[in-house]
Design a protein around this ligand. Sequence first.
Ligand code: ATP
Length: 893
Amino acid sequence: MKENKKWYAIDNDTIIKDLQSNAEKGLTDNIIQKNHEKFGENRLPQKKKERALIRFFKHFNDILIYILFIAAIISAMLGHYVDTIVIAVVAFTNAAIGFFQENKAEKALEDIKNLLSLKATVMRNGQRTDIDASQLTIGDLVLLNPGDKVPADLRLISTSNLKIEESLLTGESVPSEKGAQTLDGDTMLGDRSNMAFSSTTVSAGTGKGIVVEIGADTEIGKINEMISEMDPVTTPLLRQTAKFGKTISIVIVGIAVLIYVFGYFFRDYGATELLMSVIGLAVAAIPEGLPAILSIILAIGVQNMAKRKAIIRTLPSVETLGSVSVICSDKTGTLTKNEMTVQNVVTRDNIFNVSGTGYAPEGKITYKGEDVDFENQRVLTKLIDCFYYCNDASLGLDENDRWIVKGDPTEGALITLYDKANLNELNITRVSTIPFDSEYKYMAILADTGEKKIVFIKGAPDRLLDMASQERSEKGVQDFDRKYWEDKIVKLAKTGQRLIGAAYKIVDSNTTKISHEDIQNDIIFLGLAGIIDPPREEAIEAVRICSEAGIRVKMITGDHADTAKAIGKEMGIGDGQKALQGRDLEAMDDEQLAAAAQEYDIFARTSPEHKLRLVTALQSNGFICAMTGDGVNDAPALKRADVGIAMGIKGTEVTKDSSEMVLADDNFSTIAAAVEEGRRVYDNLKKTILFILPTNGAESFLIIASILFGTMMPLTPVQILWVNMVTSVTVSLALAFENIEPDAMKRPPRSSKVPLLSGYFIWRILFVSVLIGGGTLWMNLNLIENGVSEIIVKTVTMQTIVIAQLFHLFNSRSISKFAINKDFFSNKAVFVVSALLIVLQLAITYIPFMNDVFGTYPLEAHYWIYPIVLGVVVFFVVELEKAIMNRLGLAKL
Ligand code: ATP
């Protein structure tokens, strides 16, 4: 293994020089290209996957398959070699299908994970840009912000309150403080405070660092472990079915033994024949294909969601999404467009209007319709300057020549305001920064004007009101008139404007660093800007859809309560009257909060830790809770939520890592779409189970009844396997493509307490099993009575079960509604598989080779009447059952 240089013991200037970088501008294009050729891409080595062969054989490690194998061995011992071969072929086919499905599901998830590739913010050629972390190279200048995942090993060259969580490498969960000073050559990994290591996460502060190691050479690369391991492809529902399968197996073995004993002593069967029947029973009752089909339905769901911009990170959340009963959403950017425009500016003396929309610097600042003369508006000038210098965003043109923000949209709006004012640029150097954080809701910088040092602060006005003791008017600095500002804040907030205030403080000229304590009091308030951020139209529609679907939507915002209420009212969230404020929420105990969480729909002036309490409170009321988040501090709430939803665009890496789902477009309406898809998938899983299990049920019924009545065995084991394979593996796949039920988003969310196989479900499975099994038995007895030969009876019996199931497929397309409706032709897959099934059934009946293998006989046309008549009967009886159960209110799903 390559020994890394002791970067932490080399001083910054030497590193920057040696790596041909620049502490301000970063690398230039030609060095980047050279380094790319020399060092390759910045990728962590992938954890070795299990060999395909091993993964294939794992599919045999299943109790159901063991039973099949035992059946195969016993058949061989009895000299039924064809049966042995067919059973073995089926077991292999089943493993192969399982293996391919699993691969496909994993591939789908992996492709989706690739959509979430890690990004890094770098300075290159003097420009700040976001690039794919894999494109980083040695010498790159990386900017770190809270919530970032460090993209490579960096030697830090400047930091501001930077803290990094390194438990991945050091096991230490308390974030380490970072700095830029050179360290001794024998410093241990955990103490290398001037290094930021790949894959660790920034928990607070900001910093700049030079890339010194990439890919496999990074500390984490050396451990050679994939960080975000693939989640196992399983879900509660899959686990439930697997458990169900195991229970069935035990029951089957038990019944088989009982039946054998019964048959041996009370009926006139030979031991061999009886053993073959019991094997037939075991084979019949096992739903071999079910697990594979269920995982493919989930994988298709994941792909559909990705097409709708909802990227699923863990498979179980596909199911959970279908049962979500409350969505807690951030306001800014998710419910609203995040296209901020300053509309009003308020000083102690006047309220100004600002014209123009978006980020284009086109528009005017006016007072009572007249252009403003900035010479006579010194407070306004200072206010706008404060907004401009205490700001990290910049504006630019996109490829369509539209003005866009690079950085925070709120800050972008303030830059546009500055450009509209057209003020003279001041000669100011920034010495120190307190970055914005939703926790404390302001940003401050220490500015050196050459003559003096000033702290500029911008932030949530009510925060600044608490810190201010004076205000600035055209007359000069005067006592703070809190009442005046509170009135103005409420007035603007009621129009739905987002508010931001500005203040300053002159500090000692020796000051080189500022901290929160320095600005908690005696700041001089300058004024306010009111920013509009219009609601997204599609989000208004999505809120309506959610409310129809019985899902409560709650808005959680850092904005002022009046702003939140006004926007909420426009969007159909809350009544425009009530909002719970962060500080009131804080004063409540858990019980009070549980009640308040139900009552209120708008939570304003919240900070991230309130989100965690809210999720917990909602869950204690039995809600299945989806929660959105973007900042690093939102991560605990997202982890706690049933479905944590991270923003794909403005979300931090840490938030994405804690989430179940990522919104590629940050849009609320995407959540509604994902919930809709979740409901469709869950319904289709249920339909599939409802469809497949009666095949096994009917066959078992038939065999048990035959033994009890002492009649001929209705089907051979291979025929049973054929029936199971064609109905479960091929035909049922069509249900994966079934469209959403028309009322799926009009009914209340599924209760998490209702088990998959509810009482009604078990009833329906038994009912259909007995219907098909009983019908077939009746026909079977009839044919035997009429002296029809055994081989023909068996062939007709097999056809009858398959064709009855084909009709039942159409019943299963809707769980409780009438099957023939306007959506009858909406799922083409159903018709394709039906045609395929008919071809397969004709093949097994009329192709001589298949006759030999499966013990079938080319039927004369009139024998087809039995299967078709029973099929039609099954179809109508099941529809009748649905109608009656619906009428009686017993169809509880
Ligand atoms: P949400 O997405 O939860 O609705 P929000 O944008 O409403 O988030 P925050 O981002 O926490 O909530 O903002 C809260 C308040 O902080 C805003 O109303 C504004 O007054 C102030 N604020 C927002 N961005 C900045 C910033 N970059 N600098 C200073 N103050 C800011």
